[in-house]
Write a protein that binds this ligand. Structure first.
Ligand SMILES: *Cc1c(COP(=O)(O)O)cnc(C)c1O
Length: 379
């Protein structure tokens, strides 16, 4: 006889399936040049966040192997116990330098960095004002903090300004946004936001998970990830030394979780070193995205991410399926990851895509009925 828990799960799953919101894992093996292998077939991926293709770079792979041979497979303890390998120090110095900040601090993942930094900085008597489209890890961090949350209209300074009128009722106010939005590929007006924050004695936290080029804005805290452009795994924050020290002493996801394996740190350091010596690599994903949007007469890409908004879950799933049959892997993104009725294909472009592949992708897309029926978003 099924248990009451499995009956509950079955019922919930049936409801999820009715909404075409069921999620499945698709086992895939990643190869160089954005190729993916499934059991049956090879694909070109336009869905990976490995923007520079460095997960497959010989030097990055070698750095990970060397670190395993020298130091073993795992960290063995939390960073504050015995898990703080010297590789952390050099990586954090390089990250701070990359962002031109005094200090940086590595976390177990970008998700954990957001949980840790937000819950360390604000609490019950504080206000958080976050962009409507902020990533789930930011929202979870705010929940964990217990701070009061207001959300401003996506990228709207007027809406942010209006919410800031409530600033004086709270002890501290933290404004949160992303430099490049993960599901839309558009960019926040960071300079204006940072001015508003200064005027209202509020702090600004910006998640840079998808931005390739460090911005020159003056946010108080930068959040980043080692898992995307930096080709490894982990997250980090960067800012002034005292801020970082304070967070190191208070962020629970850092204190109560094991340090990253040395190989993971070595791979990220090597990726960062490649970027430092070949900064021109950083321009290629955007160039490829621009080529794509120009070729399909879409709004010009502002980052390596280009959404094609189709509306219903079914439309997005079918479109993704059509492209898969033709050898392109482009994941359908559905609510709750994006707002209701804005299910979409999300294309990510990498330095390692070849122009002829993008050309071939465009040839296919142009002929699809769902492309003509897409929802056009004005600039
Ligand atoms: C991916 C992502 C994260 C989480 O980073 P991980 O290292 O994958 O945990 C955080 N914020 C944004 C905006 C992201 O896109």
């Amino acid at each position: 006889m099924p248990s009451s828990l499995s009956q509950f799960a079955e019922k919930q799953l049936a409801a999820i399936r009715t909404k075409a919101a069921f999620r499945e894992f698709l086992p895939l093996i990643r190869q160089p040049d954005q190729q993916l292998l499934s059991k049956e077939k090879a694909y070109i991926s336009f869905s990976c966040n490995d923007y520079l293709g460095l997960t497959q770079h010989p030097l990055v792979k070698e750095a990970a192997k060397t670190a395993i041979a020298a130091y073993g497979a795992g960290a063995g303890a939390s960073r504050l116990v015995t898990g703080d390998h010297p590789l952390y120090t050099s990586l954090e110095q390089a990250l701070a330098q990359f962002h031109q900040r005094e200090a940086a601090l590595v976390f177990g993942s970008g998700y954990m960095a957001n949980l840790g930094v937000i819950s360390a900085l604000v609490g019950k008597n504080d206000l958080v004002i976050a962009d409507k489209f902020c990533h789930a890890s930011i929202l979870d961090g705010i929940k964990l903090s217990g701070a009061h949350l207001l959300r401003f209209q996506h990228n709207s300074l007027a809406s942010l300004r209006e919410h800031l009128h409530q600033r004086s009722y709270y002890r501290h106010c933290l404004v949160i946004t992303e430099s490049v939005f993960s599901m839309d590929g558009d960019c926040a007006p960071l300079l204006e936001m940072s001015e508003l924050c200064t005027e209202t004695d509020s702090w600004l936290l910006v998640d840079h998970a998808h931005s390739l080029v460090p911005t020159s804005s003056s946010e108080d805290v930068i959040v980043g990830t080692l898992s995307k452009m930096l080709a490894s795994y982990g997250g980090y924050i960067a800012g002034e030394r005292s801020t970082i020290e304070y967070i190191r002493n208070t962020a629970r996801p850092l204190i109560f979780s094991t340090g990253l394996p040395p190989s993971v740190l070595a791979a990220a350091s090597q990726a960062l070193e490649i970027i430092r010596t070949q900064p021109e690599l950083l321009m290629l994903p955007l160039q490829h995205a621009r080529f794509f949007t120009e070729r399909l007469h879409l709004n010009p890409a502002t980052s390596a991410i280009v959404p094609l908004i189709l509306g219903s879950n079914e439309l997005a799933l079918n479109a993704s399926h059509d492209l898969k049959e033709k050898g392109f892997l482009v994941t359908a993104i559905r609510p709750p990851t994006v707002p209701a009725q804005t299910a979409r294909l999300r294309f990510t472009f990498a330095a390692t895509h070849r122009p002829e592949e993008i050309e071939r992708l465009c040839d296919v897309i142009e002929k699809e009925p769902w492309f003509k029926a897409r929802i056009v978003v004005s600039e």
